[in-house]
Write a protein that binds this ligand. Structure first.
Ligand code: SAM
Length: 245
């Protein structure tokens, strides 16, 4: 993403839904002391975490702010590049987020937006959800509802970005591999990162929790290696979007 957007020294870069800040921090290193990274997220706790990490990395050209991607408090045409990794599809009004990206971006410059590809390419994230679904513990999500897979459909992603006044220049699938030392570690990470799973487990009986774990383990079985470690393939999709001059 950082290579795609065509960063230039002195750029003012906006990262939306930055979480702990990794993607923007890569950009900060490239724009130099004259540049500025605005590292933003709607969750104050995430912004605080990003600030701690940025300070550990001694990054001097970063400002940290709480910002809702659907209502960005920046003037029109005021940033040179926008980065948003695994965020736009979580915004309840993702069309508004795309319009905000198109509005704050200077004409002639770029945004890189990463989303997850379809659930069937991301067993790491879906194994537990599918087990919950099979046990009748959760409802099947609406395909277009906000969530990790809400913009997996390339046509929908294109439509959302174009609705924001952006041209879709490229859309690339990026294969990734999720690693865990064991299925127990996978479970701990899944519980810690999936609100759906955490909520399902919180309201389930111990027997139901054991059944979710067993169902998920069965779905991940083909990815478990001889030493017990787990390597699950996944697929992200990265869009390069351009604001016409
Ligand atoms: C899956 S995390 C991705 C974090 C980071 N970009 C990364 O790739 O590691 C999604 C992030 O989106 C943020 N988020 C959700 N809704 C948002 C909104 N309306 N505006 C800004 N950030 C939002 C969450 O707080 C969370 O930090």
């Amino acid at each position: 993403m950082v290579e795609l957007v065509d960063l230039r020294p002195g750029d003012r870069v906006l990262e939306l839904a930055a979480g702990p800040g990794d993607t923007g921090f890569l950009a900060a290193a490239r724009i130099g002391a004259a540049g500025l990274l605005l590292c933003t997220d709607v969750a104050p706790e995430m912004v605080a975490a990003a600030r701690r990490r940025g300070e550990e990395l001694a990054l001097a050209n970063v400002e940290y702010r709480v910002v809702d991607a659907a209502a960005v408090d920046l003037p029109d045409s005021s940033v040179d590049d926008v980065l948003c990794r695994f965020g736009v599809m979580l915004v309840p009004d993702c069309d508004a987020a795309a319009r905000e990206i198109g509005r704050v971006l200077r004409p002639g410059r770029n945004a890189a937006v990463a989303v997850w590809a379809e659930p069937e390419h991301n067993d790491w994230m879906t194994a537990a959800g599918r087990a919950c679904l099979a046990l009748g513990l959760v409802e099947r999500p609406e395909p277009d509802a906000p969530g990790p897979f809400g913009l997996a459909d390339p046509a929908r992603l294109r439509a959302v970005l174009e609705g924001g006044g952006l041209d879709l220049v490229s859309l690339d699938d990026v294969e990734i591999a999720w690693h865990a030392a064991s299925l127990d570690e996978w479970w701990a990470v899944a519980l810690d990162t999936s609100r759906m799973l955490a909520q399902a487990v919180a309201s389930a009986t111990p027997a139901q929790v054991a059944a979710i774990r067993a169902g998920a383990a069965e779905r991940l079985r083909t990815y478990v290696r001889e030493d017990g470690s787990v390597v699950v393939p996944g697929r992200a999709r990265v869009a390069l979007a351009h604001r016409p001059a």
